[in-house]
Write a protein that binds this ligand. Structure first.
Ligand code: GAP
Length: 448
């Protein structure tokens, strides 16, 4: 995405920035989630992740009541179970009208609100109407601790790209169309961090702002191009395509400045949710920063002898979320010579450990020394793992579980002919190979 292209440059901008940046970008006023509080349990829920449904009986059998539940993989299935439970509890007879009409709490009317039970207590009457809750982490800078010292930890890396647009463009001497890419920490005061590393308060983002000319007819080509690039990159690093999908945001749900947005979604065990967003954001951000700072953000197009504020296409993905999806894609269970094994079939380029190195026995100094030499040589290039304990089969299994694509065993023959056994994780195939050929082999297998 960056180094292998000519139209992309990298950036590492600051994490703490002036509140003026976040006022200009609209985050101070608008980076909010709608929250619902339970007044009894004091628990807080994101209104768009708390669901409810009215439970009715067929043939005008009447209303049984309301159920509520949190976001889960099988919303309709779980809601139906809760509805049946409610019917039994209320001593009602009859068949429940299915499927249930499940809505999130942002849609609840005032009349419904008093009837919907809190998921914490199971009783109605304690949920508040949805209220806006700002997700930004606030801190103070300098010696003073009053309103004037307020600063924010960035909730996205994107704004650092916009505020540095002119610096980067003029120093890197890049011409539109070009992109600025950044990987770095982002912080959000998420109310419901959960599902392992899917949603956390401190996470790593990878974002690109790809700057394009402002003409109406050009953005769509770049936009669909970036969706395709993102998709094929994800599959090239081992993402399971049968678990991936695309969700196009309906026009009515877009921010007023946005032209289009597509989410690449992934079917996690807890449900199908956003993995990556690709948005056509117009020139909203540069316009805002230009107006707020009073400094021109315009690009001078030498060929056309004109100045303009470029528009952007923004592919954005969470690194943590990406790895969770890769783990889900790689997880497999199989049977090798009658023994069950759990294996992470990571693409070699993504595997955290590339090669496991095992001396067959630890009481033969020559074997230990030879294996150490191979380990030290490979370590310069790859993250490798040294393991001397247990039977070779056990050591292979441990590496399979960690997703290590290759293992090398150094044995007695190595001392004779300078060959080692290279064992491949997925096929468990073992090949005898010259020590001198190892680097070229791994380079081919890992880097492609
Ligand atoms: N600049 C656009 C932006 O930040 P976003 O949809 O809020 O858009 C982009 O975030 C990506 O960052 C998401 O698709 C997701 O992969 C990741 N992400 C967002 N919030 C996250 C969180 N709390 N924990 C982990 N990853 C998160």
């Amino acid at each position: 995405m960056v180094h292998s292209r000519d139209d992309m440059v990298g950036l590492d901008s600051s994490i703490i920035s002036s509140p003026k940046v976040w006022e200009a970008s609209g985050h101070v006023a608008g980076f909010v989630d709608p929250m619902v509080d339970c007044k009894v349990s004091k628990l807080r829920y994101r209104a768009d992740q708390l669901f409810y449904a009215k439970v009715e009986l067929v043939d005008d059998g009447g209303v049984v009541g309301y159920i509520s539940l949190l976001d889960c993989g099988d919303l309709q299935g779980e809601a139906t179970k809760l509805a049946e439970k409610l019917k039994r509890k209320g001593g009602k007879q009859g068949t429940i009208k299915l499927p249930l009409d499940i809505k999130d709490m942002t849609k609840a009317t005032e009349d419904e609100l008093v009837l919907i039970p809190s998921p914490a207590t199971g009783e109605p009457g304690s949920l508040t109407p949805p209220r806006s809750f700002n997700l930004m982490f606030q801190t103070s800078v300098g010696a003073l601790s009053d309103g004037s010292s307020t600063a924010y930890l960035r909730p996205e890396t994107a704004q650092g790209i916009f505020t540095n647009f002119k610096n980067v463009q003029s120093t890197a001497r890049v011409k539109i169309p070009f992109g600025i890419a950044q990987i770095g920490k982002a912080f959000r005061n998420e109310i419901t961090p959960r599902n392992f590393i899917f949603r956390s308060r401190e996470f790593e983002q990878m974002e690109i702002e790809y700057f394009i000319p402002p003409e109406e007819e050009v953005w769509e080509g770049f936009y669909s191009g970036w969706i395709d690039t993102a998709w094929s990159w994800l599959t090239s690093i081992g993402m399971r395509e049968d678990l991936m999908g695309k969700e196009v945001h309906p026009k009515g749900d877009l921010a007023h400045y946005a032209r289009a947005c597509t989410d690449i979604v992934f079917k996690f065990p807890f449900g199908q949710v956003e993995l990556q967003g690709v948005a056509a954001r117009g020139n909203y951000d540069l316009t805002q920063h230009q107006a707020s700072s009073g400094k021109s953000m315009e690009y001078f197009d030498e060929a056309g002898k004109r100045k303009y504020l470029p528009h952007v296409i923004e592919p954005s993905i969470g690194v943590d979320r990406l790895f969770l999806a890769l783990i889900c894609s790689a997880y497999a269970e199989d049977e090798i010579v009658g023994e069950k094994r759990v294996v992470l079939k990571f693409h070699p380029s993504m595997a955290p450990i590339k090669v496991g190195i095992f001396p067959l026995v630890k009481n033969k100094p020559e074997i230990m020394e030879k294996a150490r030499g191979i380990h030290d040589q490979l370590k310069k290039r790859y993250n490798v793992f040294w393991d001397v304990s247990g039977a070779i089969g056990r050591r292979y299994r441990r590496m399979d579980e960690a997703g290590t694509p290759f293992c090398i065993t150094v044995d007695f023959d190595t001392l004779e002919d300078d060959t080692v056994t290279v064992r491949e994780r997925d096929s468990t195939k073992q090949t005898r190979m010259k020590v001198d050929d190892l680097l070229a082999f791994f380079d081919r297998e890992i880097n492609g």
